[in-house]
Design a protein around this ligand. Structure first.
Ligand code: FAD
Length: 128
């Protein structure tokens, strides 16, 4: 369509490697404490890849929050700066949950649509 599309790439850095080492060691402890026969613990190293699978749940491009200084959208997924813009998607997650994101994206969508229909359209403006 000729519209510009942002392409963003990223890779693991020291912080992600350290987080993986820390959580892998905790999981190894848990595995041993519950008496697992085989415990194979391998922290992530090297570059980001989905082969082997490391996650495709990359979220938080325009996060929700309570403070316009540290977030892009409010809890209704409404832009702090431009009240007639609602940004719906996994972009809203300030942190990633330990589980698959799509159900939460769906729930947030219903939540935002309810606010648009029952609050914003009746009185356009900032909802928070
Ligand atoms: C291989 C893979 C497997 C996955 N498996 C699961 C799973 O089993 N369960 C689960 O819960 N989640 C899974 N996910 C994650 C899930 O797909 C995403 O978290 C979810 O799709 C995010 O939804 P979103 O609406 O935020 O973003 P997206 O689904 O990425 O939607 C963003 C949309 O914006 C469009 N867009 C971007 N830029 C522009 C522009 N400039 N103008 C117009 N349109 C634009 C894109 O084309 C796209 O349609 C998987 C992801 C991948 C990649």
């Amino acid at each position: 369509m000729g519209l510009p599309l942002l392409r963003m790439t990223f890779d693991w850095r020291e912080m992600e490697h350290k987080a993986s080492q820390f959580i892998t060691a905790r999981m190894e402890e848990i595995g041993k404490r519950i008496g697992a026969e085989h415990v194979h613990a391998e922290a992530r190293t090297g570059r980001y890849t989905i082969v082997p699978y490391q996650s495709t749940h990359n979220t938080g491009g325009a996060t929700m929050g309570t403070d316009p200084g540290t977030s892009a959208i409010n809890k209704y997924l409404q832009s702090w700066d431009v009240p007639n813009v609602f940004v719906i998607g996994a972009n809203a997650f300030p942190q990633n949950a330990g589980y698959n994101p799509t159900d939460t994206v769906g729930a947030l969508t219903y939540w935002a649509l309810d606010a648009i229909k029952n609050r914003y359209l009746k009185r356009p403006g900032a909802l928070a």
